[in-house]
Design a protein around this ligand. Structure first.
Ligand code: UDP
Ligand code: MG
Length: 153
């Protein structure tokens, strides 16, 4: 099964949305294999948002992402990267579909409450960026047969 990296951004932590957003992923059937709180630094964000460092809004994004600690998660599931991106919704909370996390909890292009890996290549690099190998716990819920049929696992 695939693993993906999710960040509950300062906009989620500060607004007390952590429990509600986490519940959505649990409700969906995604399996938590890593979860921790950490303070992001400019150094890690310059790597994580390397595709954005030259954009005019990058200093603002940097301030936003370091404003409070964040919670990073590694979620596992069949097609987890795509499933989590669909649940996350469009980048700008004003354009994200209602029913998505950003669509329901954000009205901002920057303060959009979650990050989610956007490809298998990114997911692998991002999980290694935010977690040490021993912080990812491989496990299978006892009730896996009620989440997937055998061929889907
Ligand atoms: N962002 C922003 N303004 C923009 C584009 C992006 O503030 O015009 C921020 C926003 O917080 C977004 C993050 O930069 O989530 C990463 O941007 P990306 O294009 O990778 O979007 P995402 O993958 O988060 O949907
Ligand atoms: Mg992105």
């Amino acid at each position: 099964m695939e693993k993906t990296l999710v960040i509950f951004k300062p906009s989620a932590v500060e607004r007390g949305l952590v429990g509600r957003i986490l519940a959505r992923f649990e409700n969906k059937g995604l399996i938590i294999e890593g979860i921790k709180m950490m303070q992001l630094t400019e150094e890690i964000l310059r790597e994580h948002y390397a595709h954005l460092v030259d954009r005019p809004f990058f200093p603002s994004l940097l301030r936003s992402m370091t404003a409070t600690p964040v919670i990073v998660l590694c979620l596992k599931g069949n097609d987890a990267i795509n499933v989590v991106r669909m649940m996350t919704g469009a980048t700008n909370g004003r354009k994200a579909q209602p029913g998505t996390i950003r669509g329901d909890f954000s009205v901002s292009g920057q303060e959009n409450v979650v990050h989610a890996s956007s490809s298998p290549e990114d997911a692998e690099v991002e999980i290694a960026r935010f977690f040490r190998p021993e912080e990812i716990i491989e496990w299978t819920p006892a009730g896996i047969g009620f989440i997937y049929e055998p061929d889907e696992r």
